[in-house]
Write a protein that binds this ligand. Structure first.
Ligand code: SAM
Length: 330
């Protein structure tokens, strides 16, 4: 993807919020979007006036970053949610298999709520009590989460998300006996984020962290703890772990540590097969990182890496990202 400005997002991604509208109704209602010319690749988004429908994520579209979509009535009404493509991976992966329906879902680290509202949009529509339980421990961020979810749910769909201001690791899994799917997107170094979306202070911090192994190790310890807690929910059969970091310390190495943990092993958790984790997305986990789990067997390393996806900042049309999908049979 060619960039004219080093600081610029290559593509502005948005989701049609199917909680409030359908793609068909969206195009009927919104002339601005109807008038955009469809193109078949993100490389063609080198001008305004065109739109790309994503090949990987349903109801996700890309436009030129200078397209003023936040000034449209669709955005004001909450029918458009700006969300990077890679950030849509976790909710998509959780719900990718149509034979594996998750009616009760947890978003463990929810604010500002992009993945929460995406998960809510994918709840089974015929189940009136289906819900996403969203946890956020930060006092300020939980308010942002409430505002974002309020916008995305409108007046009639408030029951789809239940927000709790709490540290997820203090929850008792026994209180959520019906939860089958969890999305865990904890705080990370943010090293995959770039451009205007990132405040200058954070940018400096992220740059420092690229060389600060001690800080990465600390983050990895916290990430391990929070995913391990997610794996304790009695009916959980899928846990999607993600970061917006490019560092293996916070990504594959956390995954490997989890899979080596005796409690997690005996509970039957494993990485899912590539075919269940956005199979056509080429960039997978780093297979070299799985050597210790595979006795050096290269095929096995590749298989394990296939349960993870990566996105390279800018090159893949957005932020740097990592997601791993854990499953177990219960
Ligand atoms: N998933 C969010 C989204 O897509 O909009 C972004 C999540 S952000 C990377 C991580 C969030 O997790 C932060 O808001 C942070 O305050 C929160 N957090 C960190 N540790 C937590 C914990 N133990 N329990 C609940 N929330 C936590």
């Amino acid at each position: 993807v060619q960039l004219t400005d080093d600081d610029e997002t290559p593509v502005r991604w948005f989701r049609i919020n199917t909680i409030l509208t359908s793609p068909k109704q969206f195009y009927i209602d919104h002339e601005f979007f109807r008038n955009l010319q469809p193109v078949s690749s993100i490389q063609e988004l080198n001008q305004t006036g065109v739109i790309y429908q994503d090949d990987y994520i349903t109801n996700l579209y890309g436009v030129h970053p200078r397209e003023k979509i936040t000034s449209t009535p669709a955005y004001e009404r909450g029918e458009v949610i700006i969300q990077d493509r890679a950030s849509c991976f976790p909710a998509h992966i959780l719900n990718q298999n149509p034979n594996d329906i998750h009616k009760y879902v947890i978003d463990a680290c929810a604010a500002p709520g992009n993945k929460t509202t995406h998960c809510a949009s994918l709840l089974p529509p015929d189940q009136s009590d289906a819900v996403v339980y969203a946890f956020e421990r930060d006092t300020k961020r939980v308010e942002i989460l409430k505002t974002m979810c309020g916008r995305a749910l409108g007046k009639d769909k408030k029951s789809l998300i239940q927000i709790t201001h709490a540290d997820f690791t203090t929850t008792d899994p026994k209180d959520f006996k019906d939860v089958t799917g969890l999305v865990v997107d904890p705080s990370c170094s943010g090293s995959g984020i770039f451009g205007r979306a990132l405040e200058d202070a954070q940018k400096e911090e992220a740059a420092e962290e690229q060389v600060d192994t001690e800080r990465l190790t600390k983050l990895a310890g916290f990430q391990f703890k929070i995913v391990k807690h997610a794996m304790k929910f009695p009916s959980a059969r899928k846990v999607v772990y993600s970061t917006c970091s490019i560092h293996p310390h916070e990504n594959e190495r956390v995954v490997v540590d989890l899979l080596l943990d005796p409690e997690i092993k005996s509970a039957g958790w494993r990485l899912d097969k590539r075919e269940n984790v956005i199979p056509n997305w080429e960039r997978r986990g780093w297979k070299e990182e799985f050597t210790s789990l595979a006795d050096g067997d290269e095929k096995k390393c590749e298989q394990l890496a296939g349960g993870c996806v990566r996105s390279v900042p800018k090159e893949d049309g957005g932020i740097g990202f990592f997601a791993a999908c854990f499953v177990r049979d219960i």
